[in-house]
Design a binder for this molecule. Structure first.
Ligand SMILES: C[S@@+](CC[C@H](N)C(=O)[O-])C[C@H]1O[C@@H](n2cnc3c(N)ncnc32)[C@H](O)[C@@H]1O
Length: 207
């Protein structure tokens, strides 16, 4: 298959498909972190090509429920109106990918807020279903693809695999792995790489 992995700098999904004999190309405004077929530039430049499968990870900054509080406040750098304009831009980009004519499409994003106006997602997955040690609710919008299954051993015994809290904060609230990650300028990048377990499941089940 010809597989386009849109908005991917890590190369993880691309490599999982390449290793199984597909022609896979990652595309991102950023350079790829691992050697392989990569188009560094705007994915809209290559959407006119024929693709059998598109897996896309568009930016979630203005779409995620986690950031919704910001939409109701002017900040030093942005007014509410300018933020809503960014929400519209992000939704248009998301929908361009989801509505591509390719026969198989997966668009991945965190749980969106209602103002984003995205269509209903097909399923929610968790990294720990795929052998990873993190919790991170991730939504998939699927077209022409079956839902992604977690590892059978995890599905059979989820309580054994679900990651527990790694510490309790001063107020007594349980905190998970993500909360313990330092708030550095490239935290977004560290946090946005697709988990290898999920990339492998996509290639095994959809390849
Ligand atoms: C949330 S990150 C996804 C990272 C991905 N999960 C990975 O493992 O590399 C979103 C990415 O979309 C890229 N991006 C944003 N607009 C783009 C565009 N028009 N064309 C290609 N990539 C774009 C950004 O550079 C960023 O790396």
């Amino acid at each position: 298959m010809r597989v386009l992995v849109a908005c991917e700098y890590s190369g993880r999904v691309r490599d999982a498909f390449s290793q199984r004999g597909h022609f896979a190309l990652s595309c991102d405004l950023l350079a790829t972190e691992s050697e392989g077929n990569h188009y560094q530039g705007d994915v809209r430049d290559i959407l006119h090509e024929e693709w059998d499968l598109i897996i896309a990870h568009p930016p979630c900054t203005y779409l995620t429920r986690a950031g919704v509080g910001w939409l109701y406040h002017d900040s030093k750098t942005m007014t509410i109106d300018s933020r809503m304009a960014e929400v519209k831009k992000a939704r248009d980009f998301f929908m361009l990918l989801l509505n591509h004519r390719a026969p198989r499409i997966c668009v991945e994003n965190p749980v969106p807020h209602k103002l984003a106006g995205l269509p209903a997602y097909t399923q929610v997955i968790e990294p720990w279903w795929f052998g990873e040690s993190e919790r991170k609710k991730t939504c998939l919008w699927l077209k022409g693809l079956p839902k992604l299954n977690g590892l059978p051993e995890v599905a059979a015994n989820p309580l054994k695999y679900i990651p527990g809290p790694v510490f309790t904060d001063k107020s007594g609230k349980k905190r998970y792995y993500t909360d313990s990650q330092p708030n550095t300028p490239d935290r977004w990048k560290e946090r946005s790489r697709t988990f290898k377990g999920i990339a492998n499941a996509m290639a095994n089940q959809w390849g």
